[in-house]
Design a protein around this ligand. Structure first.
Ligand code: AMP
Ligand code: FES
Ligand code: ZN
Length: 302
């Protein structure tokens, strides 16, 4: 058994890519230090910012909310009730989010998709004949932004980790989706009525985040969204883990080198089409009517 490099107690994790073994007391300290460094280096949060964490009840976003408050940021939570009743998914995940809110004494705002859109996510996917995850993603992004704007938040933080981001990158690279690649970044600056978005956990693998959340004594929903089954991203994550096993550090190199070297060039070459207010709701969009309003219209007519 390896010993902790910092204090020589029994290690709970050995990170081959860093050649670093740490114990259950030192690991959370290391984790918070790395998070803080990334937030500073990539200018994620400035001192005047009011931070809203999108909390799903899963290990990543609960861990993130906890980490940010530990680091001294006065971050509030936003839980979007998707209305997914299979396996009581939404009820259970909301319960975990409320539990952490109580523990850290920070408010958790709750917004219901059924109330905002007219139907819960499962019906929405059916009514709009889109992949559930694609309609759900549009609705989430829109409602996070709307809530932040209306309540004076200047930063929206999500729990995406390195496995999520590297898998998305792989999907985009395999099809050379240049316009998507141009906008895949851990920090999306504020623009018109779009609030700044950040992903402070992109430096960590899914396993590293899970260990931090578990060692912090935070219960979370382990169940995946019932619609995620068979998603291509799960396959890419698997492939990337196999590559990482062979060659530790590859996942971070793949992602970070893209962010540092290629993404800025693509962003310049493929500027986002000009945004104008949606003719129905007034939120910024590249189309006449925004994607959210189009989904909402179908939801009401279906
Ligand atoms: P996912 O798209 O499910 O992988 O989630 C990515 C991130 O989006 C999570 O880490 C959360 O920060 C946020 N998120 C996902 N679902 C919800 C939800 N129902 N309510 C609030 N935030 C969410
Ligand atoms: Fe939205 Fe699964 S369809 S979380
Ligand atoms: Zn609209």
């Amino acid at each position: 058994m390896k010993r902790c490099l910092w204090c020589k107690q029994k290690a709970v994790i050995y990170m081959r890519e860093h050649r670093l073994a740490l114990c259950k007391e030192c690991y959370p300290k290391w984790f918070l230090r790395v998070t803080e460094r990334l937030i500073k280096e990539w200018h994620m949060i400035e001192s005047h910012d009011k931070v809203l964490v999108a909390v799903s009840g899963g290990k990543d976003s609960l861990g993130l909310w906890f980490a940010l408050t530990k680091l001294g940021y006065e971050a509030d939570g936003l839980y979007l009730d998707l209305g997914i009743s299979a396996g009581e998914y939404s009820t259970k995940s909301k319960h975990f989010a409320l539990q952490l809110s109580e523990r850290i004494q920070r408010p958790l705002h709750i917004v219901s998709v059924a109330e905002e859109v007219g139907r819960p996510v499962p019906d929405l996917a059916f009514a709009s004949r889109r992949e559930p995850c694609s309609a759900c993603g549009t609705v989430k992004r829109y409602l996070f932004n709307k809530f932040a704007l209306e309540n004076g938040y200047t930063v929206i933080a999500t729990g995406h980790n390195l496995d999520d981001e590297a898998a998305t990158l792989m999907g985009n690279v395999l099809r050379w989706q240049l316009a998507y690649l141009a906008r895949q970044a851990p920090v999306l600056p504020a623009k018109e009525d779009l609030v700044k978005r950040i992903k402070p956990f992109v430096r960590f693998t899914e396993k590293q985040v899970a260990l931090f959340t578990i060692l912090s004594g935070i219960p979370y929903i382990e169940q995946e969204c019932p619609f995620s089954e068979g998603a291509a991203s799960l396959f890419y994550k698997d492939l990337l883990n196999k590559i990482e096993e062979r060659s530790p550090g590859t996942k971070w190199a793949f992602y970070s080198q893209f962010i540092e070297q290629l993404q800025p060039l693509l962003n310049e070459k493929f500027p986002e089409p000009e945004l104008k207010p949606c003719s129905k709701c007034g939120m910024p969009t590249t189309a006449e009517i925004c994607a959210f309003c189009r989904i909402q219209a179908i939801a009401y007519s279906g």
